[in-house]
Write a protein that binds this ligand. Structure first.
Ligand code: ACM
Length: 505
């Protein structure tokens, strides 16, 4: 019985009869667990072709025999806030009489449903119905995450991805108990979110992409559709507007954002570090107040990411001054600012600003100090060491997509072998909010390439973020990966069949 990420505890009695989902199986849910119940029923309806009705019944109104309705084993979902440790914890009990899923909150219930789907046959992930024995071995799983923040980043600036494509990606994240999707919404090559009062951001700024593609952008309604779809799947959207560098698309749209008042030419190449907002101009801050103010209003989650990386065209003293001012500007929206670790060059960030580390597993000089600066200023950190966690690094056996600058290529084993508390001295478990695997899209123009680079290495960040620390055990991880990838095959994910793993399908 192979689960990924590895749960805290899984107890089974090999002699116990399995649960078998039948045409009469019902889902019975308490009102608080109605969303994960609906999503589970929809998935099971699709893959089994059974009716799978959902009954919403308050937990205290259920009879003792609620697991067996009309002689057919049922699936019950509920929330019990006493379940420890909270939040996001769950207990999944699978017996021949039925399946019981209890979460400490709705996210915990959702994760119990994801575990149940990993226990059922791989065809449970298929987008069409097939005939199977829908059996799950009897087991009790008690589980909760190690880190509160388990994320993936998608760069929709270098290449644009549609709402439907992002929603498919969200389903994939949720299946691995990941709970944050960081959207990199602006860069030199494109601005991807409509901002009222600044129409040329999406007029001129969104019309480009790397390599000369057509670009694109999200309206406010599109963005909300992503946020709402994610929320149902216990995923928080973390929007990023990258400043003061990585801003050519905005600088092309509005001449007044440039220090010399001259609009830049749109850019479709892949160089970095050449653009900067005008740091000492109040127009820049009027612009940023509009952008981050509207972004805060559109975003229910607690974080706004303001970028801050590779501002090589911004003088150092200006950069530090900007870091204080823009972190305060974001904090004034009521959100917590997140910045790439270079912002730690400022010792005057808004208190609690979160730092995101993107240097290496073995840090180069200066980067650790910049990350520790966030902790000293009362913030926590997100670990994304580029040589292990960046999903856009090439694979060793296939150079058809991806980059190599971060000491790439990056094998699946290397993506799974790093430990967040071992990267930056002085930054320990309590300082670390969690982990994130970014996908930059210079070489990624379609969903097939996206899935090729993301899968299977996304499983590594899911396991590092969720599972309790233990000595790296590559053979164990690799074998569980092969098992769950049968579900990826069934669902049509174009994953990379790395020769490091003995794939089963
Ligand atoms: C980055 O890779 N420039 C955050």
């Amino acid at each position: 019985m192979s689960l990924l990420p590895r749960p805290r505890s899984q107890r089974s009695d090999p002699s116990a009869e399995p649960f078998v989902l039948e045409s009469g199986t019902r889902v019975i849910t308490s009102p608080e667990a109605a969303t994960p119940a609906r999503l589970l029923a929809e998935a099971l309806r699709t893959s089994t072709g059974y009716a799978i009705p959902v009954d919403t019944v308050a937990a205290d109104e259920r009879g003792a025999d609620h697991l067996a309705t009309g002689g057919c084993p049922a699936i019950t979902l509920s929330i019990d806030e006493r379940l420890t440790p909270t939040p996001e914890a769950y207990r999944l009990t699978v017996t021949a009489e039925g399946v019981d899923l209890v979460g400490s909150d709705a996210a915990g219930v959702l994760y119990a449903t994801q575990t149940l789907r990993q226990l059922l046959p791989p065809a449970t992930w298929a987008p069409q119905a097939s005939a199977q024995v829908w059996e799950a071995a009897a087991v009790v799983v008690d589980d909760a995450p190690r880190f509160a923040y388990r994320g993936v980043m998608l760069d929709v600036a270098r290449h644009f991805f549609t709402v439907a494509q992002v929603q498919r990606f969200i389903d994939q994240l949720a299946s691995l108990k990941l709970n944050h999707l960081h959207l990199h919404l602006s860069d030199d090559q494109g601005w991807r979110l409509e901002i009222a009062g600044w129409p040329e951001l999406t007029g001129i700024g969104a019309a480009t992409a790397v390599g000369g593609g057509e670009g694109g952008f999200y309206t406010a309604a599109d963005y909300r559709a992503i946020v709402d779809y994610a929320a149902d799947r216990a995923i928080t959207i973390v929007p990023e507007i990258d400043v003061p560098g990585h801003t050519n698309a905005a600088l092309a749209a509005y001449p007044e954002l440039n220090a010399d008042g001259v609009a830049r030419e749109p850019y479709t190449g892949t160089e970095v570090g050449f653009s900067s907002l005008a740091i000492r101009s109040e127009t820049t801050y009027a612009f940023l107040e509009d952008v981050f103010g509207q972004l805060a209003a559109l975003t229910p989650g607690p974080y706004l990411h303001l970028g801050g990386d590779e501002a090589l065209a911004t003088p150092e003293a200006d950069f530090r001054w900007f870091a204080r001012r823009v972190s305060e500007l974001v904090a004034a929206t009521g959100k917590t600012a997140v910045a790439w670790h270079e912002f730690g060059a400022s010792g005057e960030l808004a208190p609690g600003t979160v730092g995101q580390y993107w240097n290496y597993v073995a840090p180069e000089p200066g980067h650790s100090e910049q990350l520790r600066s966030f902790v000293r200023q009362g913030g926590r950190v997100i670990m994304s060491p580029a040589d292990a966690a960046y999903l856009d690094m090439q694979y060793p056996d296939d150079d058809s997509a991806g980059l190599t600058w971060a000491d790439g290529p990056t094998s699946v084993e290397r993506s799974a072998a790093w430990e967040p508390t071992d990267v930056v001295a002085g930054v320990g478990e309590e300082d670390i909010l969690g982990v994130e695997a970014p996908l930059w899209t210079e070489t990624v123009g379609d969903v097939e390439t996206l899935e090729f680079l993301v899968f299977p290495r996304i499983a590594s960040v899911a396991e590092i973020g969720w599972s309790e620390r233990r000595a790296a055990d590559w053979p164990d991880f690799r074998d569980r990966l092969a098992e769950i990838a049968r579900g990826w095959s069934a669902s049509g994910i174009a994953f990379h069949r790395s020769p490091e793993v003995d794939w089963l399908s």
